[in-house]
Design a protein around this ligand. Structure first.
Ligand SMILES: *[C@@H]1O[C@H](CO)[C@@H](O)[C@H](O)[C@H]1NC(C)=O
Length: 358
């Protein structure tokens, strides 16, 4: 009789082997060069392999056992090591977010950044229909072909000899493919800034859309007068600029940005990613928020006069799973300029003078 047993060490090796394979096979829509596998997928896969062996072992999964043994203070060394590896890779994922947040958002507190929310928790209205941000950003489940190598140890019951064998298997995994970077811009069609900004936004989307960038433009009734309906705006930006033709260029219906009726996503984004002066609320048209698509958290906010093409380095960092470079030399000055402009500009959101909080 032959007893088949998957050792715990081999599970770990399998995990590492699979990790590599998934990482290279991950790209259907947003093909990133160094795509990091999201934690959920890694963990799910981990559990799955162990579950595969569990039938043979007749015992619970490795993670569950590691937890149980951890509580008892007992010690299966390999299980604890695997658990530690899992925790540290989760910590590494968080570190990128935190460092992005810290390097990108002035005065961002790293603890509880975003208050437990991400852009994926919100819905917006597009062409009169409420849609989830996951739909808006084209997040979808993809089948990913995964090759698994199980190292199986066989023990001959009679001789007691151990033999190691490699058993190859092919599996299909479901994986959520998210964009890597999302740039939100509050636009106003009649503002002369539109003629400079919208073509630049389109060119960023054309260049980086298939690498995982999505641009989301948000018109509003608040602030400087916007006479057109959302439907007419959609037609105008499409016919004048070609905005909305590339699926990486999204236009929401008009949303409120400020006051008691502010859209929950915008209120959350503004208070999460503040100006260098610590201001939450948007003051001018064409402020921009760059969001890490993987975590769904805003990482940097740019003033009105900061041109979309000036954001390309930051976008590239997210596309390559890197932390943001320091802001450009003109970043703080542009924010100070925005503050001055907010007092005098007709493109500013001012209480009493326009639709802000009425
Ligand atoms: C978003 O819309 C979906 C249906 O498409 C709904 O189930 C969900 O509750 C909505 N979420 C919010 C925050 O309104």
């Amino acid at each position: 009789m032959v007893l088949v047993r998957i050792t715990q060490l081999s599970c770990l090796l399998v995990l590492l082997a699979c990790h590599k394979k998934i990482a290279t096979g991950y790209h259907p829509v947003f093909s990133g060069k160094s795509a990091a596998m999201p934690m959920t997928s890694r963990r799910r896969f981990f559990t799955k392999i162990v579950a595969g062996g569990a039938g043979v072992l007749g015992g619970g999964g490795l993670v569950e056992r590691a937890e149980a043994e951890g509580e008892e203070g007992g010690g299966d060394f390999e299980a604890i090591k695997a658990k530690a590896a899992e925790l540290s890779s989760r910590a590494a994922d968080l570190k990128t977010t935190e460092r992005n947040a810290a390097s990108g958002s002035a005065g961002a507190s790293i603890e509880n950044y975003g208050g437990g929310f991400s852009i994926y928790d919100f819905n917006v209205t597009i062409a009169g229909k409420e849609v989830t941000m996951k739909e808006v950003l084209g997040v979808k489940e993809e089948d990913v072909e995964v090759s698994v190598e199980n190292i199986v140890e066989e023990v001959d019951a009679e001789s007691g000899e151990k033999i190691s064998k490699t058993v190859k298997e092919s599996k299909t995994e479901k994986k959520e493919v998210k964009p890597k970077a999302v740039l939100f811009v509050n636009i106003k069609q009649d503002d002369p800034m539109a003629r400079k900004n919208i073509p630049q936004l389109i060119s960023l989307a054309a260049k980086h859309g298939n690498e995982g960038l999505v641009v989301v433009c948000i018109p509003t009734d608040q602030g400087y007068y916007e006479p057109d309906t959302s439907a007419l705006l959609r037609l105008k930006v499409a016919s004048e600029y070609g905005y909305g033709i590339n699926p990486a260029t999204v236009l929401t219906d008009k949303l409120n940005l400020l006051g008691s009726g502010a859209h929950p996503m915008m209120r959350w984004m503004e208070s999460t990613s503040r100006t260098p002066a610590g201001l939450g609320r948007i003051e001018l048209n064409f402020e921009k928020f760059l969001v890490d698509g993987n975590t769904g958290l805003p990482v940097r906010r740019y003033p009105r006069k900061y041109q979309p093409l000036d954001i390309e380095d930051d976008i590239n960092s997210l596309l390559n799973n890197k932390i943001l470079p320091p802001a450009r030399a003109n970043f703080l000055e542009e924010w100070r300029e925005a503050q001055r402009e907010a007092d005098i500009s007709e493109y500013a959101f001012k209480k009493g003078l326009n639709y802000y909080d009425q």
